[in-house]
Design a protein around this ligand. Structure first.
Ligand code: ATP
Length: 138
């Protein structure tokens, strides 16, 4: 079977490492699927849901923040600020983060603050969307 080595690293831990058949990355241009022996490249990773299929065929989801992925010699390294499994998402925390970001967006802010608030809102919305019990708070 054609597999490649995937390592997902976030700021505080190695989220996953192992052989995979497929990874689907959220990128600024949409979803990008990577299979074994993909050409070497570096691609930006956006806030979103990253899906990967292990060697055994099992699909997993990681809710990721911004970062990048490097594909070199059949190894895919994903470096992101944060990564969570949908079942580990704290829905209350994501709801509060969403409300804080929405409140900031209602107020006058500098362009830089506006982009930070937008990113906070996107992270919170993605977490709520990915979490089974969080969907109703979107
Ligand atoms: P908050 O304002 O609630 O801290 P945030 O979007 O600013 O949210 P991040 O900076 O993306 O948080 O993440 C900081 C750390 O907290 C990371 O380890 C991330 O995985 C974790 N984290 C953030 N929000 C949640 C959540 N709702 N459930 C579980 N883990 C979370």
């Amino acid at each position: 079977m054609n597999t490649f080595f995937l390592k997902i690293i976030c700021s505080d831990k190695v989220f996953f490492e192992g052989r995979c058949q497929n990874v689907i990355l959220p990128t600024p241009d949409g979803q990008k699927g990577v299979l074994a022996h993909h050409e070497n490249m570096v691609v930006a990773v956006e806030i979103g849901e990253l899906r990967f299929q292990t060697k055994e065929g099992e699909w997993n989801t990681a809710v990721v923040s911004k970062g990048f992925a490097e594909i070199i010699n059949n190894r895919v390294s994903v470096l992101v600020n944060a990564a969570e499994r949908p079942e580990d998402i704290d829905v209350l925390r994501a709801r509060e983060a969403k409300e804080r970001a929405q409140e900031r967006l209602r107020q006058k802010q500098s362009i830089q603050e506006y982009y930070l608030s937008q990113a906070s809102l996107a992270r919170a919305m993605t977490r709520l969307r990915a979490s089974k019990s969080g969907k109703k708070y979107i």
